[in-house]
Design a protein around this ligand. Sequence first.
Ligand code: NAI
Length: 273
Amino acid sequence: MSYNLLKGKRGIIFGALDENSIAWKTAEKVHEEGGTFVLTNAPIAMRMGSINELAEKTGSEVIPADATKVEDLENLVDKAVEILGGKIDFVLHSIGMSVNVRKGNHYTNMNYDFTTKGWDVSAVSFHKTMQVLYKKDAMNEWGSIVALSYMAAQRVFPDYNDMADNKAYLESIARSFGYFFGKDKKVRVNTISQSPTPTTAGQGVKGFDGFISFAEKMSPLGNATAEECAEYTLTLFSDLTRKVTLQNLYHDGGFSNTGVSQEVMEAFTKDEE
Ligand code: NAI
């Protein structure tokens, strides 16, 4: 169903790698709601993924940008404004990567060059993106910027490794930059803290299958899917949420406020019956 929520709005969507990506689902839904956008991803991801298929489907152009490189982001923002024919109304930052996770390095045995790369890609890239948009005055008033986070920023999930720290950093950047973007440009900045989701990045986390089933059983509404995350993001891009800013918004079926669920209790009490 379409509500034309984003009719006339222009945006930039980072991070659509393949059809499982949260950014991919978001691009499809934004398109359904009448928004126009450019798609972007790191040059290497473009060779691996299928972003051109998504571009064709949504009538979008693709502009490669490594989100850790300010000059790439400057080029991206200039081209996006030119292609879309005006300033930007919405931005989705859907980027995450930890080299320590990829290489299987335990949290107590990090390689700090990898750690640095991880926070640059997963957190500081959000600052860089916003700084470029801010300096170029490329956002329209009442625009909306969203990044995707995970609850390991607040609570311990041992296998999430240094991505937990990266997400804490990301959420802090959203608040800190969001203050200035709000004051100076009337633009809102939020993070969505999403349920575990079976994507390339998600499945890279050790023990992901067990973890996603546990979260499903713990959440009163079940895990939120990538499509549902896309739908929530649309509300934040729409004019219906203009005073929501500096927030980390849980989109997790209730997981974050559940101490224990009946199903999880049962798994631990069976032996006593
Ligand atoms: P994904 O693997 O489909 O997307 C991650 C994207 O980051 C890829 O498109 C990748 O090419 C891009 N990327 C990596 N390095 C980059 C760079 N230097 N410049 C530009 N782009 C770069 O996985 P998913 O799950 O859709 O991830 C999107 C966001 O959602 C990430 O921030 C992730 O941490 C977050 N998230 C994911 C959850 C999950 O369980 N899958 C749960 C909560 C949050």
